[in-house]
Ligand binder design. Structure first.
Ligand code: SF4
Length: 414
């Protein structure tokens, strides 16, 4: 059992703070995740990684990521978690050696061959067992420890009860999902995409076939009627925002946020929310109260309905999106702040979605509390006043009376 707290100056404090581990699909998202409070970020390389569409990190990108992370004492984990076929074997040793040489902290693996060679090569980096292996019990964790693995990323199907047992005896670090999408099948054991779109889910090609809309037949009769919402097999996304304190008290080593395909806005919002909760809880665990605003904040970036996944027990129909529409975020990401001029009160911004004069924008930041303002003046780079910001990534200047900082973001209040 891990010692997680200690009395310091008459007050109990958490001394074993969990790592907050965020996803990133490109360098911009990675830097944002770290600036907004992630202790570590997991990325996919061009090779040997799932989520091939999200994995656009070249070796040079990973090198830059490591250098950036070092400035913030953060860590980079690289996913090497495809299920290898014969044709995927070539080049793996060179790839792992390169990741080690450039200072990657950990690789996340699913194939026993990569586990074996990573250990044989005596790499400095840690080797983490991917969630793709659906590790759900202590005996399996002990097996991976005997293989020299440093950490196990548990399957999302581990309940809180089982997690308690695991945390009491686990001989290696444990990583647990706290937020993000769920698979309707055990991770790593789904072939829906392979059958329906000839894209291999276990080699980075999942086409998310479970989320497609289907007509549902029973004994040849169409079950969902024409005007029904179409049937899909997808789950709601998971959030454990109400249970962060319990997970910290168990000594879970790393809290994982899912979503390398997710947007910059999503990553900034989710990471900064969990950062605040973890820090507040660890500072004063016995007086921590979960402010409702944290849940409200997460909903601003959620694009699907949320549930607790397997935390309590097996999910019911309520946790599925059978015949249900996706939810959409309550606010829309419209700008990223690049600079601010105190004298003119003009913020230099990069446009991310349509907004116009008269819209109310909420500014959120890793540095200061949220505030909102009404858009009254927008200028283009030629210093001409414009009425609408409707060109993606256009550099514009927006009048904001309160000081904003580089890396702040703005979202339109609907
Ligand atoms: S098809 Fe759906 S359940 Fe299967 S791997 Fe892809 S996202 Fe997961």
């Amino acid at each position: 059992m891990r010692k997680v707290s200690q009395i310091i100056d008459g007050k109990r404090k958490i001394i074993k703070k969990p790592e907050l581990l965020a996803p990133a699909g490109n360098l911009e998202k990675l830097k944002t995740a770290i600036i907004y409070g992630a202790d570590a970020v997991f990325v996919g390389g061009k090779e040997f990684s799932l989520r091939s569409q999200a994995s656009n990190f070249t070796i040079d990108d990973i090198k830059e990521a490591v250098e950036f992370a070092n400035q913030y004492h953060a860590h980079i984990h690289v996913t090497c978690n495809i299920i290898l076929h014969q044709e995927n074997l070539e080049g793996i040793k060179t790839y792992l050696q390169t990741l080690d040489d450039i200072g990657v902290s950990a690789i996340i693996v699913a194939d026993p061959y990569i586990m074996m060679i990573a250990k044989e090569m005596n790499l400095r980096l840690e080797v983490h067992v991917s969630t793709q292996l659906s590790t759900l019990n202590l005996k399996a964790i002990q097996f991976y420890q005997s293989m020299g693995m440093d950490r196990v990323v548990l399957g999302r199907e581990v309940t809180f009860q089982d997690l308690k047992t695991i945390m009491e005896y686990s001989p290696v670090d444990v990583e647990y999902f706290i937020h993000g999408a769920m698979c309707i099948h055990y991770s790593g054991r789904c072939m829906l995409s392979n059958y329906l779109s000839r894209r291999d889910a276990n080699r980075g090609g999942c086409s998310q076939s479970c989320r497609w809309y289907y007509d549902l037949y029973s004994h040849g009769q169409l079950v969902n009627k024409e005007d029904d919402i179409p049937f899909s097999m997808s789950s709601k996304d998971m959030t454990l925002v109400e249970h962060i304190g319990e997970l910290i008290e168990l000594g879970v080593d790393s809290f994982k946020i899912e979503g390398r395909m997710k947007s910059l806005h999503y990553i900034a919002t989710v990471v900064s929310t969990y950062r605040k909760i973890i820090d507040a809880y660890c500072e004063d665990p016995d007086h921590f109260l979960l402010d409702h605003s944290y849940q409200q904040e997460l909903l601003k970036s959620a694009n699907r309905a949320l549930c607790h996944g397997f935390f309590y027990e097996n999910p019911t129909q309520q946790e599925q999106l059978f015949n249900m529409r996706d939810e959409h975020p309550t606010q829309e990401f419209v700008m990223r702040v690049l600079d601010y001029d105190e004298k003119t009160k003009l913020a230099k911004i990069e446009q991310r979605n349509y907004f116009k004069k008269g819209d109310r924008i909420e500014i959120f930041s890793p540095y200061h509390p949220h505030f909102s303002f009404m858009v009254e003046e927008i200028y283009n780079e030629e210093n001409q006043e414009v009425q609408v910001a409707n060109h993606p990534m256009e550099i514009l200047y927006v009048k904001i009376d309160f000081r904003v900082e580089r890396h702040d973001m703005g979202r339109k209040i609907k």
